[in-house]
Design a protein around this ligand. Structure first.
Ligand code: FAD
Length: 510
């Protein structure tokens, strides 16, 4: 029987472990933290619960690609999804879904109302947005389809792609300038890049329609089929918090014979010649294995667990070249008042600047905006009332933040929480007065949770044009790199879909 060791029980590690166990391997997962899930975890205190990582998950519906993975792994019926979307607010206007559903193109109409002189560009951009939405639907479906049906999907993708191929190598800055002249309208579509800590000039143009698909703005839009082949993707929150997504996958690993060990850091990956042989744990125990799948920070996994001197120079250079995002500063509140009176949607991104390029540059240079450039407010208890005591609410407020600030995060935690809450009180007055429980997570805390002591990148690989993550396949036979800093990139659904692909590849090679 093939023995597999998986390092890390985040979404990537757990999904790979479940597929390996399903394929009949003997699987052991080693996780340094006391709980499973990686950043896909929900923390609790005093009757309140908050998600600390992913908030919105895509394509997990029953007819969709992520849903197919959950079904294949036998846990689809254990994961509850609540249709979920995000709204955006800028100093001069808000783009919130209307209380009564008014069709799939209400946002287009709203943008034309806000920017009448940009109407022709808006119409042209929406044609591109529709094409990209269809392409994403076909691509997701194709990632879980084998055999001749996959060929048909690839053909359909080609048909959809050819008319927009001319934009393939354009940056987001170029693409936006092609459709619009108003910087405020451009900011609506590019604002999400501030969260990814990537500048519009270095981000792939076609990624803009992807991150702005209508399903993210209004979850009521039906996920109609594309050419009768694939449903358009949906977006959701996880009922009861995202631990209810990672938890059931971990449970299935156990039910299929695998073992997940928590509080078990791996200190070393053991190799012999060009083969992986197993791992050494922090307590010096050696676990032999035919396969080792490692997730986490690329530099930590390869330079600390193996050693730069034991890697081909070209591969080490590839790891050095992987661009990373910055981290986040997060405040979790247990509130005794109802925030819904002031924020009618579960998840709202508040942007206070239209200069996305400048804002990203600042954070890259290590200047923290202290919440002034923007933040998001997520009311966990609005989609799941079990996440707060009756009549109270659990609220997550966070913003992107550099890994290091002057004076260190440790000494400035309380000051930075207060500053972020002062900004958030412009939206929900009296937040601090009505707080029963407060927890803060600094970039240092995220480094510990994700086990990336050198640098925490909240979304993993930073999506810069021309740069890629570390390949799944490594110079050592039997050693595979998975997770958000690998070639798959970040995101929950990306992890579970690429886990399926990686395990399929491993089985083919063995
Ligand atoms: C604040 C935040 C918001 C996000 N929002 C979204 C969102 O809305 N939608 C979305 O799709 N995605 C979102 N993401 C991204 C998404 O959550 C991640 O890309 C994804 O969960 C990464 O999964 P992973 O398994 O690669 O990594 P992780 O979740 O980081 O898991 C890696 C695990 O490996 C363990 N580990 C590492 N090294 C070792 C070792 N040597 N020994 C033992 N264990 C080890 C770590 O402890 C960790 O548990 C967000 C992320 C964050 C942080």
């Amino acid at each position: 029987m093939t023995k597999a060791v998986v390092i890390g029980a985040g979404m990537a590690g757990l999904t790979c472990a479940a597929y390996l166990a399903k394929a009949g391997c003997s699987v052991e997962v080693y996780e340094q933290s006391e709980v499973v899930g990686g950043v896909t975890r929900t923390m609790s205190q005093g009757g309140f619960s908050w998600d600390i990582g992913p908030l919105v998950v895509e394509a997990l519906g029953p007819k969709e690609a992520g849903g197919a993975v959950l079904r294949e792994l036998g846990c689809a019926d254990r994961v509850g999804l609540v249709p979920g979307d995000r709204s955006v607010s800028f100093p001069d206007f808000q783009v919130f879904r209307p209380p009564i559903y008014s069709g799939p193109y209400w946002r287009k109409d709203r943008l034309k109302e806000l920017f009448p002189d940009q109407a022709p560009g808006i119409d042209r951009f929406y044609r591109l947005l529709d094409s990209v939405t269809d392409l994403v639907a076909l691509d997701r479906k194709s990632s879980v389809t084998d055999g001749p049906a996959s060929f048909v999907l690839k053909l359909a993708m080609l048909m959809k792609f050819l008319p927009i191929k001319k934009y393939e190598k354009w940056s987001a800055e170029l693409l936006m300038g092609h459709f619009f002249t108003d910087p405020k309208l451009i900011a609506i579509f590019t604002a999400i890049l501030a969260d990814l800590v990537v500048m519009p000039s270095e981000f792939i143009g076609l990624g803009i329609p992807y991150f702005n698909m209508e399903c993210f703005t209004d979850s009521r839009i039906p996920s109609e089929g594309v050419l009768g082949l694939a449903p358009r993707i949906s977006s959701s929150f996880v009922q009861g918090g995202v631990k209810n997504l990672s938890g059931p996958i971990a449970e299935r690993v156990g039910e299929m014979g695998g073992i997940v060990f928590t509080r078990s850091p791996v200190k070393k990956i053991i190799t012999e010649g060009d083969r992986v042989r197993g791992v050494e744990l922090a307590d010096k125990r050696i676990v032999q294995a035919d396969l080792v799948l490692v997730s986490g920070g690329a530099r930590e996994c390869f330079f600390s667990l193996i050693g730069r001197d034991r890697l081909p120079a070209e591969f080490a250079a590839k790891i050095d070249d992987v661009p990373l995002m910055e981290s986040v500063f997060m405040v979790q509140l247990g509130l005794t008042v109802d925030p819904i009176r002031h924020q009618e949607r579960t998840l709202v991104y508040y942007y206070n600047t239209y200069d996305i390029q400048g804002s990203v540059r600042e954070i890259r240079e290590g200047h923290y905006h202290e919440g002034k450039d923007g933040f998001l407010i997520f009311i966990n208890s609005m989609h799941s009332d079990t996440m707060a005591p009756k009549g109270m609410h659990s609220v997550t407020i966070y913003t992107v933040a550099p890994n290091k600030i002057e004076g260190g995060w440790g000494g400035r935690r309380a000051e930075m929480a207060d500053k972020l809450l002062i900004e958030a009180e412009r939206i929900i007055p009296g937040l601090r007065r009505h707080t029963k429980v407060m927890l803060t997570l600094t970039p240092d805390d995220f480094k510990r949770i994700a086990h990336t002591p050198q640098h925490h990148s909240f979304g993993g690989l930073c999506p810069i044009m021309g740069k890629t993550g570390v390949p799944h396949s490594t110079p050592y036979r039997g050693l595979w790199f998975i997770g958000s800093q690998s070639e798959s990139g970040g995101g929950v659904t990306t992890q579970i879909l690429s886990a399926r692909k990686v395990v399929k590849k491993i089985r083919k090679e063995r």
